[in-house]
Design a protein around this ligand. Structure first.
Ligand code: COA
Length: 343
């Protein structure tokens, strides 16, 4: 966990200055899935809370969604200038180079620092940690942090469980240097990992391990694989623990939290997390029913959607948490600032 010794009292804090989300127009309902897989609307709704999900049309890559969300966040922040662009994604346009430099170029941001953050569904929380560090270390004064995914490109069309969960989308925030006590200031970002459980959520192929195996790629090795039950248990435990640590760092009790913005993995995980943290459903933000699980895009898209819908309002004390493959997890706190999502 992050040590106190790393905190410099006079270091600038990362402060949320803008937010934006973008989902592709394609809609895939549970009935659409049931038409080609052995599943039902009732099974998917009751096990995951998902009714429909957004899917990118053929030809649309992660950078396309990232640019759209990034543009909205920059508009929301009222300034087209940043010093760094971070793209959190597990579905980059290419294995190399990173997606962020292309996104920065297409947004007309000039020669800024740009790189990807790879922490699967925890990518946005990891990105907040990295952006806070860049700002605290005065490497950057303003950072555009985007979570973007075209997860449908890694769904095995025969895998009814994964097909029910994963979806496409993007969300973004602009962070600027400010003070720790102002609205929007990101609190201590608590991050962790457990590489001994990497098998639970994985895209096994496409990397040096497979290429060095001496064998041709295994069919389907580029698809996302998941051990659902164990993932469920780990997700609840790790997000609960990280959330408690972030609350403690902020000096908040769970009763102080006005809104919980947790990674939209599965409605039952969110319900179990709410029980663990004693944060009832009416204080939890959720868009999973219509948006599905969008991995690194999930939390910023949730913030954008909730701010647009008035579920998240200026002054709300917000707890953010996510869990993903690696395993990886993270949590942090902030008071929601007076920002209007860009469109
Ligand atoms: N439709 C119908 N049946 C399905 C199905 C689907 N889409 N997917 C799985 N099943 C079946 C299974 O094959 C199994 O059948 P069996 O009992 O004949 O073997 C049965 O449903 C129960 O499967 P199980 O995996 O035990 O169900 P579950 O209650 O654990 O729910 C998940 C499955 C995936 C919804 C659940 O484990 C989960 O949400 N895990 C976390 C996933 C997640 O959030 N991943 C992303 C994390 S970032």
């Amino acid at each position: 966990m992050n040590g106190d010794q790393l905190t410099r009292a006079d270091a600038p804090a990362a402060v949320v200055a803008g937010v934006g989300g973008h989902v592709p127009s394609g809609v895939l309902t549970n009935d659409d899935l049931s038409a080609r897989l052995d599943t039902t609307d009732d099974w998917i709704r009751s096990r995951t809370g998902i009714a429909r999900r957004r899917v990118a049309p053929r030809g649309t890559a992660t950078s396309d969604l990232a640019v759209a969300a990034g543009r909205r966040a920059l508009r929301s922040a009222g300034s087209p200038t940043v010093d760094a662009v971070l793209v959190a994604t597990m579905t980059p346009d290419h294995q190399a180079p990173a997606t962020a430099p292309e996104v920065a170029a297409r947004l007309g941001l000039g020669d800024v620092a740009a790189f990807d953050v790879g922490a699967m569904c925890s990518g946005f929380l990891y990105g907040l940690g990295v952006a806070s560090g860049l700002i605290a270390g005065r490497v950057a004064g303003r950072v555009l942090l985007i979570g973007a995914e075209v997860l449908t490109t890694v769904v095995d069309p025969e895998d009814r469980t994964v097909a029910a969960l994963l979806a496409d989308g993007a969300g973004a925030v602009v962070l600027r240097a400010g003070t720790p006590d102002e609205p929007g200031a990101v609190g201590r970002v608590v991050l962790g990992s457990d590489g001994t459980r990497g098998e639970l959520l994985k895209i096994p192929g496409g990397g040096s391990r497979e290429r060095q195996s001496g064998h041709p790629p295994t069919p389907g090795s580029a698809y996302f694989r998941m051990r659902g039950r164990e993932v469920f248990r780990q997700a609840v435990e790790r997000m609960s623990d990280a959330s408690r640590a972030a609350l403690e760092a902020a000096g908040w009790k769970s009763g102080d939290v006005d809104r919980l913005a947790a990674h939209q993995a599965n409605a039952r995980i969110l319900a179990a997390l709410g029980t663990e943290l004693d944060i009832p459903a009416e204080r939890q933000l959720s868009n999973i029913a219509g948006t599905g699980n969008t991995a690194a895009a999930s939390v910023p898209l949730l913030l954008a959607d909730s701010a647009r819908d008035g579920e998240l309002r200026p002054g709300h004390r917000l707890l953010l948490t996510a869990f993903g493959g690696g395993l990886t997890w993270g949590a942090t706190t902030l008071v929601w600032p007076d920002v209007v999502p860009g469109h």
